[in-house]
Ligand binder design. Structure first.
Ligand code: C2E
Ligand code: MG
Ligand code: MG
Ligand code: MG
Length: 274
C-alpha cells in the first residue's frame, strides 16, 4: 500500500513537472515569436538629479504588448527567458532599440539630450556571453551613440556567480560605457567589496526607501558615504514622496528615480514631455 502510494505521488509529481516544462516551452516559443513580430517595446523612466531636478538618464524597461494578454510586465517573462540563451536575444533587442532611441532623441533635441544617458538592464547569463562586448560595440556603432551615454545595469548575483563577468565588465568599461550595480543591498555584496567591483554607479534598492525605521535610514546613509569614498555615484530607486526626496537630499544622495519623479512611459509619451 505504501509502495503504490509512493508511485501515485511520483506520477503526480511527474505530471506536474511535465506540465511545468510544457508551460515554459510554450512561453519561450511565444517570446521568440514575439521578438520576430515586434511585440516588445521599451518604456523609459527618468533618473533625476536630486539637487536641481535635472534629467540625467532614462532607464529602458521592457514590456510585452501581447496580442492576447495585453501589456505584460517584465517580471512575467524575463525570468523564463533567463532560463535559457533566449535572454541574450532579448538583451540584444533591448540594446539595439535603446541606443537607437536615445540617438534619435538627441538628433531631435541636441540641447536637451546631449548629456542624458540610457540605462539597459543586462541579465547574468547575457553578461557571461562571449558575444556581449561585440553586441554592445555594434549597437553603439549602428546607432551612432557615444559609449559614455550608455549605462549597463547589472545585479550583484552576476558578479558572484559568473567568473567571466569581471573580464567582460573590464572590456565594456574599456569601450567607454558605464556600469551600474542594480538593486544594491538585496544581495551579498558587502560595502567593502564595492571598492573592487568594476562598477561606476550604485543603485540602492527600493526596499530601503520604503522603511522609515532609523536603523534603515542609517544604513542608507552608510551606503552613500561608502559609495562616495569609492568614487561611485548613487541612485536611490523607488522614490515615491517628497519626504523621501528631502531625506535623500539631506544625506547627500545625488540621483533619484521613482514614481514621484516620473513613471516609466512609452517612447511617444516620453517625447511629449521633452
Ligand atoms: P529594475 O531594473 O530594478 O527596475 C526598476 C523597477 O521598479 C521597474 O519595474 C520600475 O517600473 C519600478 N519602479 C520605478 N520606480 C518605482 C516606484 O517609485 N515605486 C515602485 N513600486 N516601483 C518603481 P518594471 O519595469 O516592472 O521592471 C522590473 C524588473 O524587470 C527590473 O527591475 C529589471 O530587473 C527587469 N527588467 C526590466 N526590463 C528589463 C530588460 O530590458 N532586460 C532585463 N534583463 N531585465 C529587465
Ligand atoms: Mg534596473
Ligand atoms: Mg533596481
Ligand atoms: Mg529589480
Amino acid at each position: 500500500r505504501a509502495k503504490s502510494n509512493g508511485r501515485g505521488r511520483a506520477e503526480i509529481f511527474d505530471q506536474a513537472l511535465r506540465t511545468e516544462l510544457e508551460v515554459r516551452a510554450k512561453l519561450e516559443a511565444d517570446i521568440r515569436a514575439g521578438l520576430a513580430s515586434d511585440e516588445f517595446e521599451l518604456h523609459y523612466q527618468p533618473v533625476m538629479s536630486v539637487a536641481d531636478g535635472n534629467l540625467r538618464s532614462y532607464e529602458a524597461l521592457i514590456r510585452w504588448r501581447h496580442p492576447l494578454r495585453g501589456m505584460v510586465p517584465p517580471n512575467e517573462f524575463i525570468p523564463a527567458a533567463e532560463e535559457s540563451l533566449l535572454i541574450c536575444e532579448v538583451g540584444r533587442w533591448v540594446l539595439t532599440h535603446a541606443t537607437r532611441q536615445l540617438a534619435e532623441w538627441t538628433r531631435m533635441d541636441p540641447q536637451g539630450h546631449g548629456d542624458v544617458t540610457v540605462a539597459v538592464n543586462i541579465s547574468a547569463r547575457h553578461l557571461a556571453s562571449p558575444s556581449l562586448v561585440d553586441e554592445v560595440r555594434q549597437a553603439l556603432e549602428e546607432s551612432g551613440l557615444q559609449p559614455r551615454r550608455l549605462v549597463l545595469e547589472i545585479t550583484e548575483t552576476v558578479l558572484l556567480d559568473e567568473p567571466t563577468a569581471d573580464t567582460h565588465l573590464r572590456a565594456l568599461r574599456d569601450l567607454g560605457v558605464t556600469v551600474s550595480l542594480d538593486d544594491f543591498g538585496t544581495g551579498y555584496t558587502s560595502i567593502g567589496q564595492l571598492q573592487k567591483l568594476q562598477v561606476d554607479t550604485l543603485k540602492i534598492d527600493q526596499s530601503f526607501l520604503r522603511s522609515d525605521d532609523p536603523a534603515t535610514q542609517s544604513l542608507v546613509k552608510l551606503m552613500i558615504t561608502a559609495a562616495h569614498a569609492f568614487n561611485l555615484d548613487v541612485v536611490a530607486e523607488g522614490v515615491e514622496t517628497q519626504e523621501q526626496l528631502d531625506r535623500l537630499a539631506a544625506i547627500g544622495c545625488e540621483l533619484a528615480q521613482g514614481y514621484y519623479l516620473g513613471r516609466p512611459k512609452s517612447a511617444q509619451e516620453t517625447e511629449i514631455v521633452v
